[in-house]
Design a protein around this ligand. Structure first.
Ligand SMILES: Cc1cc2nc3c(=O)[nH]c(=O)nc-3n(C[C@H](O)[C@H](O)[C@H](O)COP(=O)(O)OP(=O)(O)OC[C@H]3O[C@@H](n4cnc5c(N)ncnc54)[C@H](O)[C@@H]3O)c2cc1C
Length: 485
């Protein structure tokens, strides 16, 4: 049943649910349906409604204090979450992403790849993929031990609101409350058990939602934010035993790494190519994972708040041959029609890259966030080594000649594009000293509180996160049905 908490305020406190879930994005909706269809009594709280509303969206505003980050408010705050405008690119993390690697300094995943993707076939159905086998596009091959063709598939893309509204409405044991904002996680005095969620609508009405188990699925920024705001019994924020709540914020870096000239028409005839470093290359150089996209005759992209200005300068510089030369000398412009290389590079988990709270509060009374996003020297090194190895590899194979941008070679990149993949702020770790949730996604030290979403990723790998979020969600559903007390 769908209930608008702005107008119907009594039902939310009239039942003790088996599971209360906050957040109606891909994670929350998948979990609610997976549990309710097996008879569990489930409440799903969604802070927005069934369409974009400025008053809800405003709650996502925050400030960026590290590297300029213009993706804080790139999310959508209504039922379906960011899936209302995601691009649908899906893939799975590699085995190497789950391995412990000493240069990373923090422990990696406490579970194996096969444990996550036990739920791969089911996750594929959730996002309307034909199956759970990600392959490179057919008809292409790469003779290289350093790079492989990236493997992914495209969801239509599934809009969780349109696809799952009817099931949310008709599942008898599921109550989905709209305009129902989680504003506090109410723990007992020992901070080892949650008693209720405090929920608030847009007319100032406040209610307590009671359940046996509680799950937070608000996306990686809000997952950390609500724990930090819930500081009535733990001053540092609920679950913040080891000061890891909000730390290790990770993105996928979109960097213009250079231009290329194709030397093999047969290879480039099918358009852009996506390649990833091989596990051997990553291990040999201690570098991150990622995807490099080589697009022949591309339209270059601009990033950041000054994108409009950069577009104008680029247009001016690229119009004439003489100014093009100078434009490139001064700024290394890629001009329209150049063959350019862009990226989606993993970041190492870096505790300095961090979400904290500002004194300013939103209309629900929650402190807004400050994001100090940092790009580590290990990330810059990874980008430089990947670019250099790719240039050598493609020259050796006579596929292309690559010109690497000077700031990539010098490791002085300042202009980072991003993918709106927010990860890592409540990281999973077997040892409570290095994370927030355990291998079952239960918050360390709290018996009945679970987190889900890419906030729990200890590493981000070189692939888009949503397919893995959905697989992890289905694994959590199994745990809550069968094992959790
Ligand atoms: C432009 C764009 C393109 C993308 N493209 C891709 C792609 O191609 N492939 C890919 O894998 N990923 C992509 N992503 C990322 C993808 O959208 C996210 O990984 C995914 O939506 C995360 O799902 P989630 O349920 O964890 O969080 P969200 O989708 O953020 O959902 C969180 C939900 O919680 C609700 N909420 C927030 N605060 C509260 C509160 N206090 N109380 C109650 N409810 C609240 C929100 O309204 C929302 O419905 C893209 C993202 C963007 C922005």
């Amino acid at each position: 049943m769908i209930i608008d908490f702005n107008s119907e305020t009594s039902r939310i406190s009239s039942t003790v649910y088996d599971v209360a879930i906050a957040g109606g994005g891909p994670a929350g909706i998948t979990l609610a349906l997976a549990l309710a269809t097996t008879g569990q009594r489930v409440a799903l709280l969604e802070g927005g409604g069934l369409a974009f509303e400025a008053v809800s969206e405003d709650m996502y505003e925050g400030v960026s204090t590290g590297e300029t980050y213009y993706g804080i408010a790139s999310r959508l705050r209504y039922l379906g979450g960011a899936s209302n405008h995601w691009m649908g690119r899906c893939g799975s993390l590699d085995d190497i992403d789950f391995q412990s690697r000493s240069y990373r300094l923090l422990p990696g995943w406490p579970i194996s790849r096969s444990e996550v993707y036990r739920f791969g076939a089911h996750a594929a159905r959730v996002v309307d993929l034909k199956g759970f086998t990600f392959r490179p596009p057919s008809g292409r091959s790469l003779r290289s031990s350093n790079f492989r063709l990236a493997q992914f598939d495209l969801s239509p893309p599934t809009r969780f609101l349109s696809k799952y509204l009817a099931p949310l409405r008709r599942t008898p044991t599921l109550d989905c409350f709209l305009h129902a904002n989680l504003t506090n996680i109410d723990a007992n005095i020992a901070a080892d058990r949650v008693n209720s969620f405090t929920v608030r609508n847009y007319n100032g009405h406040v209610a307590k939602l009671r359940a046996r188990r509680f799950v937070v699925a608000l996306g990686a920024i809000e997952n950390a934010r609500v724990l930090l705001n819930s500081n009535d019994v733990m001053k540092a924020g609920l679950g913040n035993l080891s000061d890891f709540v909000g730390r290790c914020f990770m993105e996928h870096l979109d960097v213009s790494i250079g231009r290329f000239i194709s030397t093999n028409d047969g290879f480039w005839g099918r358009g852009p190519v996506d390649v990833s470093p091989s596990p051997e290359l990553m291990l040999k150089h201690n570098i991150n994972n990622g995807v490099l996209t080589l697009a022949p005759a591309a339209s270059p992209q601009e990033f950041g708040r000054s994108a409009g200005l950069k577009r104008m300068l680029r247009h001016g510089a690229c119009t004439f041959e003489a100014t093009k030369v100078w434009g490139r000398k001064l700024y290394d412009f890629d001009c329209p029609g150049d063959s350019v290389i862009t990226t989606m590079i993993e970041q190492v988990a870096n505790p300095r890259s961090r979400i904290t709270l500002t004194p300013e509060r939103d209309t629900m009374g929650l402190h807004r966030i400050s994001l100090a996003w940092h790009v580590d020297v290990r990330d810059l090194r990874s980008i430089e080594i990947m670019a250099t190895e790719l240039a050598k590899d493609f020259a050796r194979q006579d596929i292309a000649r690559i010109q690497i941008a000077p700031e990539v070679r010098n490791r002085t990149i300042r202009d980072f594009g991003l993918q709106s993949h927010h990860m890592g702020t409540t990281r999973m770790s077997r040892d409570a000293r290095f994370g927030v949730v355990d291998a079952d996604l239960k918050v360390h030290g709290i018996a009945n509180l679970f987190m889900i979403g890419s906030s729990v990723f200890p590493t981000g790998g070189g692939i888009n996160p949503t397919f893995t979020i959905v697989a992890l969600t289905l694994r959590l559903a199994e745990h809550l049905k069968t094992k959790a007390a």
